[in-house]
Design a protein around this ligand. Structure first.
Ligand code: ATP
Ligand code: MG
Length: 347
């Protein structure tokens, strides 16, 4: 494959500002790799919903499926009722393309401040299950609106769904510092917790070189603040993973640096790369969003297609830019320009 055929979904708010910077850097990184970049823009998000009432149609899905990968900015806007774009677009995409690994690396780059007094070395990856758990939309409400209303939100966990993400996490741990931490709450959420624990225990002997650890989600909040250096690969369900990664973002220099990949490791569907942050309506249109999270998501994209050297150059350029420009107020486009130039110089 010497073309990268990329579907681009800038989406809403600052998504429109950070995605062009991500593409700038991607183009620079691919120069000299012998791989061409072909992009197709998709107008999905709030404006499309206002115009047509559509979030993501079957035709959109069929078209998106034909690309090698997807780059997404952010979706969500205060003018759209809560949940419409999250469920109808983002989760629909993740479920349809079986993005069962939501990969969220957390690194505290040198010269970046952490709010922790003694953060130590922060360098771990959260492997969050992406297609099951409390996010599936199972449940409902009875007697809605009154004092007798009953609402349920059922967390679905299948042996197949848990096993495939746990195996991915073990493989990843083996390539890193060989430590895997399962996070759940099996003393209270006994049914799902038992399934996760059993599957980790069953697979562990195949990875005898990987040390396996367990933490309840509540205790995890303490450990992440007191000593995040103890973690290497963390595997957990959809909801706990969402919570952990927001805290992880906060201790490692903020949401402007947090990258993610929604992976379909089997390759049956294209994977999707996006910054962890949302559309940030409070700063949208001002040109001051930090594009680093999107640029680091581009590094994950490059790794997913086997361009490890290009990914390394992108990460180095971001690291150097952070070191060279502590607290400088620069525009989104300026940061993108500097990083793209540095990536080219390393090529
Ligand atoms: P969503 O529901 O879409 O995840 P959210 O309500 O969680 O959105 P974000 O859009 O992620 O929130 O924004 C949270 C805060 O972080 C806002 O104050 C926003 O301005 C800030 N923020 C988010 N992304 C960036 C960025 N790339 N650069 C600078 N500030 C950012
Ligand atoms: Mg959010």
């Amino acid at each position: 494959m010497n073309t990268l055929d990329l579907a681009v979904i800038p989406g809403d708010g600052i998504g429109q500002e950070v995605v062009p910077e991500g593409l700038k850097v991607l183009r620079a990184a691919l120069e000299g790799t012998g791989r061409d970049l072909v992009t197709t823009n998709y107008n999905l998000g709030a404006s499309r919903w206002h115009e047509t009432g559509e979030t993501l149609t079957d035709a959109d899905l069929a078209s998106l499926k034909c690309h090698d990968a997807l780059l997404l900015g952010a979706v969500g806007d205060p003018s759209v009722p809560s949940g419409v774009l999250e469920r109808g677009l983002l989760l629909k995409l993740r479920f349809a393309f079986e993005h069962y690994v939501n990969l969220r690396p957390t690194t505290l780059f040198p010269h970046v401040d952490s709010p922790l007094a003694n953060p130590g070395a922060v360098d771990f990856v959260v492997v969050r299950e992406g297609t099951e758990g409390a996010y599936v939309g199972a449940g409902g409400a009875l007697r809605e609106g009154g004092v007798h209303e009953v609402a349920t939100e059922v967390s679905i966990n299948t042996a197949h769904g848990v096993e495939r993400v746990v195996r991915y996490a073990f493989d990843l741990a083996r390539k890193r510092r060989k430590k895997l931490t399962l996070v759940h709450k099996h003393n209270v959420l006994v049914h799902a917790g038992r399934l996760w624990k059993r599957i980790v225990e069953e697979i562990a002997p195949e990875y005898s070189d990987v040390e396996v650890d367990y933490s309840h989600i509540d205790a995890m909040m303490i450990y992440l603040v007191q000593d995040p250096s103890r973690f290497d690969v963390i595997v957990t369900d959809n909801l706990f993973g969402d919570i952990i990664t927001d805290l992880a973002g906060a201790i490692s220099g903020g949401i402007g640096l947090a990258a993610s990949g929604n992976l379909n490791p089997s390759g049956e569907f294209p994977s999707m790369f996006e910054p962890v942050h949302g559309s940030a309506p409070d700063i949208a249109g001002k040109g001051i969003a930090n594009p680093a999270a999107t640029i680091l998501s581009v590094a994950l994209l490059l790794e997913s297609i086997g361009e490890d050297d290009a990914a390394r150059r992108v990460r180095e350029a971001v690291t150097e830019d952070l070191a060279n420009n502590p607290d400088s107020a620069r525009s989104c486009a300026e940061i993108g320009d500097v990083i793209a130039k540095a990536v080219r110089e390393k090529g």
